[in-house]
Design a binder for this molecule. Structure first.
Ligand code: GAR
Length: 192
């Protein structure tokens, strides 16, 4: 199963996927390319470490969505990778209809809350400030409605009395690093 990862940030989840692959925990999954919409994103440093092409792809002209020229550019570049699965690992842009039609059923996203609670930006901060006692992370299929596609799996975390935003974020990230590779491994067997 050929995997393309899209990310905008530090890339700790992409790293978890690549480590799982290296350690034989990614089923038939094989990461063939990483693309980032930010030229300075830490995720791009994973390329040389894991011997996977990691490339900045210009998303212009929009700031928060992938549309117009940028969308065309992404579609063409991703098609060239012949992907079976596109994993959004901290990709902070909304994907539009043309992209999703092109790769229908093949795009999954990681979100740092128990969807449908706390969609959108800063899922961890939203849960912390709301004072819920349980939060977590979700892997779901991407559909046109943001953070609302079919849920593939979730992991729950208890927010303890002494937790701070920082300690909660560390717990959510640790849960993400286990959940996302496990879901990909399962999909790789199902898609055989
Ligand atoms: C992750 O916590 C992921 O859930 C979140 O971005 C972070 C990326 O971290 N994604 C979203 O908020 C998507 N709406 P990373 O770059 O270290 O993998």
């Amino acid at each position: 199963m050929r995997i393309v990862i899209l990310g905008s940030g530090q890339g700790s989840n992409a790293e978890a996927i690549l480590k799982a692959e290296r350690e034989g925990r990614l089923g038939r999954g094989q990461v063939v390319q990483i693309f980032s919409d930010r030229p300075d994103a830490g995720i791009l440093n994973l390329g040389p470490r894991f011997e996977v092409p990691a490339t900045f792809l210009d998303p212009a002209p929009y700031k928060t969505k992938l549309d117009g020229e940028g969308e065309q550019h992404y579609i063409a570049s991703i098609l060239a990778c012949q992907p079976d699965l596109i994993v959004l690992a901290g990709f902070m842009r909304v994907l539009k209809r043309r992209f999703l039609l092109q790769f229908e059923g093949r795009v999954i996203n990681l979100h740092p809350s128990l969807l449908p609670a706390f969609p959108g930006l800063d899922g961890i901060g939203q849960a912390f400030r709301r004072g819920v006692k349980v939060t977590g992370c979700t892997v779901h299929e991407v559909t046109i409605e943001v953070d609302a596609g079919p849920i593939l799996d979730q992991a729950a975390i208890r927010i303890e009395e002494g937790d701070t935003l920082e300690s909660l974020a560390a717990k959510v990230h640790a849960a993400e690093h286990a959940l996302l590779p496990a879901v990909i491994a399962r999909l790789s067997v199902a898609k055989r």
